[in-house]
Design a protein around this ligand. Structure first.
Ligand code: 5GP
Ligand code: MN
Length: 335
């Protein structure tokens, strides 16, 4: 608890805070960053959220989202802000390579660094790491940090709403990655007035016609099932990106459909991007896609939800995935 005490003391004097989250921020990255920003500003600090790249359009309704600095759009402003910060909070990522070109400036900074996260294998760069891999989301973990700092009473409806967004996006609406704290925290947020029906509707019933047609294309034309390894793959080519005019957020959650097939326990969504091939991996139970992503695709994440990438041809990446897959499937112990 010594670190919590140091953090508590630091937060008694006004600080210049930068809050960072990972590239292609999702609901948890954004929700935790915005919740922390509002909390710190209400305490008299000057807190700014800096993101490596922009967020999906569906999150534009969130409190404070317009005030984020996007590195891709405003490089100098982002770097300058990190340079003059006295404290840096890193939320929802476990290593500096997840924030791309911002990594070196965080590494060089003398600011006091705090990591709040739930990914496996956090790197040792922060002064204080508040990470729990059993937490559903960084938003849940941030709520628990607020409790440890005695700040629960300062959680406003805006803060609660941001935290709730992260919990429902990272658990697929309480379908996976939950623990008893997830429900305890969600109940506390609902008591504060969070409109969970509306949030669910805004976030999960928000597809455009194009996105639904793209999903149809993936399921009808781009899916391959490998029953002997309980696995399924969906891939997208660079041409698909052109044909469907795919933009940020359009492919979100497509990977999850593969796991809806009875008997399928591993899912890979593999897409060919301009310079890189990106993978999103999901699994059930004991199968660790985190190890698979870490060992073969320079990636990581969680045991059942990970990502990675490769500088190779789409076809080669698909073949590499297929060839290493058998090593990660749980061996049946009986005949
Ligand atoms: P998604 O497939 O939704 O992009 O990511 C699933 C999980 O894997 C997230 O927790 C995300 O942070 C992590 N992840 C995705 N891509 C990468 C990557 O390239 N490297 C690492 N270390 N983690 C990743
Ligand atoms: Mn998360």
């Amino acid at each position: 608890m010594e670190n919590i005490q140091i953090l508590k003391e630091k937060l008694q004097i006004p600080q210049d805070v930068v809050i960072l989250s990972h590239r292609n921020p999702d609901g948890d990255a954004l929700g935790s960053s915005l919740a922390l920003r509002t909390m710190l500003n209400s305490m008299g600090h000057s807190a700014k959220v800096v993101l490596p790249s922009n967020y999906p359009y569906i999150f534009s309704f969130m409190d404070g989202v317009d005030d984020c600095i996007i590195f891709d759009d405003d490089k100098e402003v982002a770097l300058e802000r990190i340079k003059k910060s006295t404290m840096i909070f890193c939320l929802d990522f476990n290593g500096l390579d997840r924030i791309d070109k911002l990594g070196p400036s965080v590494d060089e900074s003398k600011a006091y660094k705090v990591l709040v996260d739930h990914h496996l294998d956090p790197e040792p760069f922060p002064d204080f790491t508040f990470s729990n891999t059993a937490a559903s989301s960084t938003c849940e973990q941030l709520y628990i940090l607020f409790e440890a700092l005695g700040l629960e009473q300062k959680i406003t409806l805006d803060i609660a709403t941001s935290l709730f967004v992260g919990i429902i996006t990272d658990t697929g609406c309480f379908k996976y990655s939950t623990n008893s704290d997830t429900y305890r925290v969600a109940a506390a947020l609902k008591t504060l007035g969070v409109d969970d029906y509306k949030l669910n509707d805004v976030i999960f019933n928000s597809l455009t016609q194009k996105q639904l047609e793209l999903l149809g294309h993936c399921l009808a034309n781009r899916m391959e099932i490998i029953p002997e390894h309980k696995a399924g793959i969906i891939y997208l080519t660079r041409q698909d990106y052109k044909d469907f005019n795919i933009i940020r957020g359009d492919t979100e959650s497509i990977v999850n459909y593969i796991l809806m097939i009875n008997g399928i326990e591993v899912a890979a969504f593999i897409r060919e991007q301009p310079t890189i091939v990106k993978l999103s991996l999901r699994s059930k139970g004991d199968i660790s896609v985190q190890e698979l992503a870490r060992n073969h695709f320079n990636g990581g994440g969680h045991k059942n939800a990970s990502g990675g990438s490769a500088y190779a041809k789409l076809e080669d990446v698909i073949n590499r995935f297929k060839s290493v897959l058998p090593n990660y499937i749980k061996k049946e112990t009986h005949a």
